[in-house]
Design a protein around this ligand. Structure first.
Ligand code: 3BW
Ligand code: ZN
Length: 269
């Protein structure tokens, strides 16, 4: 696989789900071997595991006191498109716009702008099984020349148990929105988060119903979104990944643990 960037700069604008602030991001093409990075207030933050500063309800990166929040959905879209060289300039707020809560807006604008470069892309291949755990949650990564991700969720309300396996078709996950449970909202807001969260960008799940008019985009939308999140967090390895993944009730912190563990063990192909 060749390295990829974009043909020309692209802009997105919108509210941050946690900060509630409007921000603009400008995606700039970059040359071979540049990698993906964020740029804000003169500081360049590589999209790599070493720069993770928070994994509570989002994945945030930081360096030299500058923070860029909620990078996971944009990174997932870049990972799915194999875009390896690009800088994301963040203007205004300190958070990537949530758009409609899925990767759809990013994907739609980016997909026709992708260009191949000459150098071969780095691909991270899982060489031996790695498992990370926290309480009853775990994520397994196994060797495979494929890229396959299964997510198993046990949701208290409405959805119950759900399991979904992604086998590479972007359409199966790109529309899946972020979600939260009605009973979580108070706690999230008390923590100063979710200020930009609304039915416009989040699937809000009640005990017996979905609050969003229009309902679900997939019958198992939450677990598909969880797969999407993991694809984004895995891109913090700094390269596309090959392997078979199973996440049982995982989230950003466990994803982060996995990425740290893989960083040591995986081998570049
Ligand atoms: C709630 C939950 C999250 C809101 C406040 C009020 C409303 C709507 C939203 C985000 C990992 C999947 C969900 N990360 C904001 C965020 C929020 C995510 C975390 C998760 O997609 O599990 O990428 O604020 S949790 Cl009405
Ligand atoms: Zn998400």
């Amino acid at each position: 696989m060749k390295q990829r960037t974009i043909k020309e700069r692209l802009e997105f604008e919108g509210v941050g789900i946690h900060s509630g602030e409007r921000a603009k991001i400008i995606l700039h093409p970059e040359g071979e071997d540049s990698g993906v990075a964020f740029f804000k207030e003169g500081v360049k933050i590589p999209a790599k595991v070493d720069y993770v500063v928070n994994t509570f309800h989002s994945t945030d990166l930081g360096k030299d006191g500058v923070v860029v929040k909620t990078v996971e959905h944009l990174l997932a879209t870049l990972h799915l498109l194999g875009i390896s060289n690009l800088t994301v300039e963040v203007i205004g707020g300190d958070e990537i716009p949530i758009m409609d809560g899925s990767g759809y807006y990013f994907y739609r604008k980016l997909k026709d702008k992708v260009v191949k470069q000459n150098a071969d892309a780095e691909v991270l291949q899982i060489q031996e099984e790695v498992v990370v755990r926290r309480g009853d949650a775990y994520i397994e990564a196994k060797p495979c020349s494929c890229f396959e991700i299964t997510y198993e969720g046990e949701f208290q309300t409405y959805f119950g148990r759900q399991k979904y396996t992604f086998k590479g078709n972007v359409r199966d996950i790109i529309l899946a929105r972020t979600f939260c449970f009605e009973h979580e909202i108070e706690f999230i807001r008390k923590n100063g988060l979710g200020k930009g969260g609304s039915l416009e960008n989040t699937l809000v799940i009640g005990k017996e119903k979905i609050y969003n008019r229009g309902g679900l985009r997939y019958q198992d939308e939450p677990v598909r979104h969880k797969v999407f999140d993991l694809i984004g967090d895995l891109y913090l390895l700094g390269a596309s990944v090959r392997g078979k993944f199973l996440s049982h009730k995982g989230g950003h912190s466990l994803n982060f643990q996995l990425v740290k563990a893989l960083y040591k063990k995986a081998v570049l192909v």
